[in-house]
Design a protein around this ligand. Sequence first.
Ligand code: 57M
Length: 359
Amino acid sequence: MLYHFLYSLKDISIIFNVFKYITFRMICGAITSFILVYFLMPFFIRYMRKKQFGQIIRDEGPAHHKVKTGTPTMGGIIIVSAIILSTLFWCNPSNYLIWIVIFILFSFSFIGFLDDFLKIKRKKNLGLRAREKILAQLLIVCVFYLILFKIFNFPTNLNFPFFKKLIVDIGGFYLIFSMLVILGSSNAMNLTDGLDGLAIVPFIVVAGVYSILSYVAGHIKFANYLYLPYIPQAGELAIFCAILVGAGLGFLWYNAYPAEIFMGDVGSLALGASLGAIAIMIKQEFLLIIAGGLFVLEAISVILQVGYFKITKGKRIFKMAPLHHHFELKGWPENKVVVRFWIVSIICGLIALSTLKIR
Ligand code: 57M
């Protein structure tokens, strides 16, 4: 909205022409979301403290996590609000991809909100049942699929990183594939969110990578030159991704060790799901496995641990899953685990970007 208004002023002064450019609006969007989160979060932290809406810490976890009891949670409310506001300011409101990604962000955050709220209300770690959460998530992805693929006739083909011409059309199976991508990335981000600052930096890295990829995908010349599928209107998603980066940085300010607030499921489910939706919308679904390699590692560690635990009736591969708890229990200080995991995620992001050239 702000973008339309400012751009319309170009007849008064040529300087307002700058708002036409996606790159400029990416910067404006990132700064706006950063500022919104940075200034709103302290009020929210104070409010949550006053209401005594703090995190319940599980008894079975690493002992030093007990000191985190009562840390305000649900910071995702501010992150998601800042993202939506900044998007309304800087993205083109007639772009359907933007509305679809906002739909995913908002609805996943609503499920997360219910889960967090119930946990706090019941004063136990009892939120929604896993079955209820998954069912609600699947329903949302069905709506997403119907809108994107049935109303807007989006292509159902798959592209593969490192391959120029390998394209496979999976037709109606794309519904199941969308479920895997969106639920996978949402829940993997949720599992990773277990140490101060641990989930938000890899999230920023993936959003940054997808910001570049969306920009290329939405630019016919760059897309053709780099053999990426050209997706008309995807350029606006580059602005959305930049907004995610800004909001993520704003949150990191308060979530850095020792965290003043956690994002809660209202944040982690929503942010993870929006990355999955963006990957689908620019047809770079498989690249998410590389760019978000850290989230994948964390999720795999849980699958292996739970599977092995069940098969062997009580034996474990890791000291504890998800993987970050394993290293904590090996004696690495929390900060060391977090920074080393950040390094892994940055390397994953760089490898993902290299596929722009290696094809
Ligand atoms: C939630 N949430 C944190 C916070 C955050 C199947 C099973 C492996 C599932 C898994 C699980 O439930 N994971 C998802 C992870 C929780 O954080 C809250 O949850 C939100 C994200 N959803 O925003 O609101 C705790 O994480 C810590 N934290 C920080 N800093 C942050 O910035 O320190 C979070 C954010 C917070 C805080 O302590 O309370 C969580 O871990 O609960 N389950 C597990 O992760 C459990 N693993 C487990 O039981 N493993 C078993 C196998 C056989 C399944 C094993 O290996 O033996 C662990 N969870 C905890 N402690 N808390 C066990 C140890």
